[in-house]
Design a binder for this molecule. Structure first.
Ligand code: SIN
Length: 539
């Protein structure tokens, strides 16, 4: 049976939940989320939200820092809009109950941290669990809102456009750029359900799981980006993958980030002999932008053959470290590392996609009634490299803008909300007895992306990756049509699409800029490449 909702929100991080709360004031909202509602990349964000609150700070400084990190590719009007709206959105969040660290008695006297690339203290934080504080606050609000239905263990398969509803959204006879919902796998029943929606919002987060080593949770498989691309939306700047310089290096520690805020509080990067090296790479030392620090570490590891470098904050007061970083301290202790005394072994890992579904200033994609916000989107804020802690900020500002714009669009839909959509067609499919195909391809994609499409790239490696991914995609497509669709298969198919988009974009850009470094074109080339890389599927 077809389910109807005014607003379909796919994803339950800061972007999706903030939007849902606003939309619930005017209509019915359905949130579909792959696991439990709290399970999102947002909940793992440690550092904080960047915004201008400090006396020594200004909108102009924050704008300049963002443009500087973005290495020529940020859209200046976007940067200004986000920076200027940031403080309002954070004050709203505090009003909703988020408890940030304070530095005074006033309602908005937030304590402010510092991170790489920022010329002033401007990171609003909740110890080293900022994302969790925000996620918990928003989850409590949506759970108590009677206009919002939360569907956990539901994973979107495909977006539905008017013409693509002919058959599973895959065989498109006449493409019309209007989205009217999604097919969604109910992972509890194994059935694919049809959702008709007035407005569909992609808030599915990033795709760093496409790399072998990542700070992201298993859910970060680029579902929104892949679905939007298949539906015909433009996808931009996928070559700009941010590698966080400092993830914990320990055989049992999966995906654990050591926040940039630790460097913001004075931690030093050292090699295994205890020598600092960042001054050889940047005048900003440990607080250079992430692309610079990640490449420096990558170079040190290749040069010395060491398995990791180290982050040392042991010169700071023990009580301060425990109070400022309780979560990081506790996790490191689980692995026998006392950060108040010992340097922490760290390596870079895939962290954030600066590219995504291309949107305008309101999060609107080039498909009608389809919006994208948060890491799934490419708004033009980050350009070629995201400034630390600008991501939660972007999600907050854009979920507000997207709500306002989508409300106007929603009002114009009128009678079309009554159309009937075809159910998912499962004819001629059977249950697979070869799950090994899926797990093998997952593994192969993540490994080849790490080895051939990582921090330092070359055309030869990218071509090799392209050939491999084409073979894998062919295999996935054959498998997809013959067998019953499962969550693993959906994610694998999306990861393969995201990998294809990253490789294709990286091959197109014949220069090095921001997060994209190709040894065959080591310089920035403003004459030919001061532009975004746009990919759009031809129908
Ligand atoms: C961190 O805490 O280092 C991550 C924050 C971010 O990615 O902006």
């Amino acid at each position: 049976m077809m389910k109807k909702t005014d607003f379909l929100v796919i994803g339950s991080g800061i972007a999706g939940l903030s939007y849902a709360l606003r939309a619930a004031a005017v209509g019915t909202v359905t949130i579909v989320t792959k696991k439990k509602i709290q399970k999102s990349n947002t909940a793992l964000a440690q550092g904080g939200v960047a915004a201008v609150f400090g006396e020594m700070d200004s909108f102009d400084l924050h704008t300049q820092d963002t443009l500087g990190a973005g290495d020529g590719l940020c859209k200046e009007e976007v940067v200004k809009m986000v920076v200027e709206n940031g403080p309002k959105r954070i004050m709203e969040l505090a009003g909703q109950g988020a408890r940030f660290n304070m530095d005074g008695q006033g309602e908005y006297d937030f304590a402010l941290g510092r991170e790489g690339g920022h010329s002033a203290k401007r990171i609003v934080f909740a110890q080293d669990l900022t994302g969790k504080e925000i996620e918990d606050t928003l989850v409590a609000k949506v759970e108590n809102n009677e206009n919002i239905t939360i569907l956990e263990d539901h994973i979107a398969v495909n977006l539905i456009s008017f013409s693509s509803s002919v058959r599973n959204g895959l065989v498109v006879t006449q493409h019309e750029d209007i989205c009217c919902g999604a097919y969604v796998l109910n992972n509890k029943t194994g059935k694919i359900e049809t959702f008709y929606s007035g407005i569909t919002l992609l808030a599915t987060g990033g795709a760093s799981k496409v790399y072998l080593y990542t700070s992201n949770p298993d859910i970060a498989t680029g579902d929104g980006i892949a679905m939007a691309y298949r539906a015909g939306a433009s996808v931009a700047n996928m070559e700009f993958v941010q590698f966080h310089p400092t993830c914990l290096f320990h055989p049992e520690a999966k995906n654990f980030l050591i926040s940039e805020a630790v460097r913001g509080e004075g931690a030093l990067l050292i090699d295994e002999n205890g020598n600092r090296f960042m001054d050889e790479y940047s005048k900003d030392g440990e607080l250079a932008c992430r692309d610079v620090v990640a490449r420096a570490i990558d170079n040190e590891l290749k040069k010395t053959g060491a398995a990791s470098v180290f982050l040392d904050i042991s010169h700071r007061d023990e009580a301060f470290i425990k109070q400022r970083f309780p979560n990081i301290y506790a996790r490191c202790m689980e692995y026998g590392i006392d950060m108040t005394k010992d340097p922490i072994p760290v390596v870079p890992a895939a962290h954030y996609m600066c590219g995504g579904v291309a949107t305008d200033l309101n999060g609107k994609t080039d498909i009608k009634r389809l919006y994208a916000v948060g890491e799934a989107a490419c708004t033009g804020l980050h350009g070629a490299n995201r400034l630390a802690s600008n991501s939660l900020l972007e999600a907050l500002v854009y979920s507000h803008n997207a709500y306002k714009s989508s409300l106007e669009e929603f009002k114009t839909i009128g009678s079309k909300i009554d159309m009937e959509l075809d159910p998912w067609d499962e004819t001629n499919t059977q249950d697979s007895d070869e799950a090994i195909v899926v797990s093998h391809n997952w593994d192969e994609i993540r490994r080849l992306m790490w080895n051939y499409v990582g921090i330092v790239r070359s055309d030869k490696r990218l071509q090799r990756a392209k050939r491999r991914i084409e073979n894998i995609q062919q295999e996935i497509n054959e498998y997809y049509w013959d067998f019953t669709v499962t969550a693993d298969l959906i994610e694998l198919r999306n990861l393969a699409t995201v990998a294809e988009l990253i490789i294709q974009s990286a091959l197109m850009r014949k220069e090095s800029r921001g997060l994209h470094y190709n040894i065959e074109y080591p310089d920035r080339d403003d004459v030919n490449w001061l532009k975004h890389t746009i990919l759009k599927k031809a129908y």
